[in-house]
Design a protein around this ligand. Structure first.
Ligand code: HEM
Length: 395
């Protein structure tokens, strides 16, 4: 974790890289919601932090004042950030860039991937089933989404470690180190350029081939668009779901009553998955303020960024009764974990399937497990929050 000056006041000097936020951000947001629902910091060259559901929703729907040109809050703002359509696109371009991506992520398309996900989970469990201890983040949750997205893209699953390192450089190290982002983006671009070339030559049945077949008024996608979208799919498809699976296992390890209940009543699984997504939502995006406006009665000024905390919105008691309680049978649950508005997640069906399969297979084979309190759980910092070390005692 980075060493930084401690936060002096969360309302006027907040920092999502602060140790306190990293370990447990929920009380910070609860306090801000009551005292200063649109907080500001001069760090990151100036940024706002809304914490109420209604404000996050209003901002996510307002593409006139808030641009997606930059979607990660960093200490520096390079003039021309590398575009990754559709996540970095604004209207009107965004619509078409998104439509192109929808077919491979429909629920029917995702169902076909389920047997592969189950086989992957069991293969991973086979490796540690006889052990008494396991780091479930490193040995289990990190491998599931990376293998599935590599398979969909038609790139070698054996390159997984490379993908995970690039994402770590872009989403974590790169918040404070511009060179790390530039290097990782360049390496990813070169990597995909090689695979695009191979697909052009050999033509396979995968997502790269699908994108190569797209025509816009008779023209193929530009190389920049294609490579930007491929980078996005890799980044969006891995850390997010890895984090969501890890946080769900973390909850079940420290809450035996919920674990026993899920084993005894598997029909609760869909509700439990939605509740884990709400309570431990992993993804926090950013927006750039491009026109002066106000949010929740507070003026916001261009030149600032804004941290769009879907996780904070999901803990707002005005939207979710007992918001800080994790209730695996919560019925009314219109959470914002997958975003709100035009940029809502393309991969939500895939993410839900991977989470469900990962938890089901783990519980089937290892119904008893708890946290190994002799070691610490380590959480990632920045844009995507999830356990990166999850020491468990099995059985
Ligand atoms: C639990 C796992 C996941 C969570 C919590 C999540 C969350 C999100 C959120 C909050 C957004 C909105 C971004 C914004 O408003 O700026 C988003 C967008 C997106 N996600 Fe996911 N995501 C997950 C998994 C995935 C997967 C598996 C994929 C695909 C491989 C994916 C692909 C995308 C894409 C392409 C976008 C951009 C959509 C657009 O800009 O219109 N995500 N995701």
């Amino acid at each position: 974790m980075t060493t930084r000056p401690p936060v002096s006041d969360w309302a006027t000097d907040w920092d999502h890289l602060d140790r306190q936020w990293n370990e447990n951000p929920y009380p910070i947001w609860d306090q801000l919601r009551k005292t200063c629902p649109i907080a500001h910091t001069n760090r990151f060259m100036g940024a706002y932090l809304p914490t109420r559901y209604e404000d996050v929703k209003a901002i996510a729907h307002d593409t006139e004042h808030f641009s997606s040109r930059r979607v990660v809050l960093r200490e520096m703002r390079p003039e021309n950030p590398a575009p990754s359509p559709p996540i970095t696109s604004d209207p009107p371009y965004h619509k078409r860039a998104k439509q192109i991506l929808l077919p491979p992520f429909t629920s029917d398309a995702v169902k076909k991937l389920e047997p592969k996900a189950r086989a992957t989970c069991n293969e991973l469990i086979d490796r540690f089933i006889g052990e008494t201890k396991v780091d479930a983040a490193q040995a289990y949750s990190r491998h599931i989404p990376v293998r599935i997205i590599a398979f969909m893209l038609g790139v070698p699953e054996s390159d997984s470690a490379l993908f995970i390192e690039w994402i770590h450089q872009i989403l974590e190290v790169g918040i404070t180190d511009e060179t790390a982002v530039m290097t990782a983006v360049r390496e990813m671009t070169e990597y995909f350029a090689g695979h695009v070339e191979r697909e052009r030559r050999d033509g396979g049945d995968n997502l790269i081939a699908d994108l190569l077949a797209v025509r816009e008024e008779g023209e193929p996608l530009s190389q920049d668009h294609l490579l930007g979208t491929l980078r996005l799919l890799l980044i969006a498809g891995i850390d997010t779901t890895w984090s969501a699976i890890g946080a769900s296992l973390w909850h079940l390890a420290k809450t035996p009553a919920d674990r026993h209940r899920l084993v005894a009543q598997p029909a609760l699984m869909p509700f439990a998955i939605e509740e884990f997504l709400r309570a431990y939502a992993p993804v926090t995006m950013a927006r750039e303020v491009v026109k002066e406006t106000s949010v929740g009665g507070c003026p916001v000024k261009p030149g600032n960024m804004l941290l769009l905390s879907f996780p904070a919105a999901n803990r707002d008691p005005a939207m979710f009764p007992d918001a800080d309680k994790v209730m695996i049978d919560r019925k009314e649950n219109r959470h914002a974990a997958f975003g709100l508005g035009i940029h809502r997640c393309v991969g939500s069906n895939l993410a839900r399937m991977e989470m469900t399969v990962a938890i089901e297979e783990f519980l089937k084979r290892i119904p008893d497990f708890h946290l190994d309190l002799s070691q610490e759980v380590a959480w990632s910092e920045g844009t995507v929050r999830g356990p990166r070390r999850l020491p468990l005692i099995l059985g």
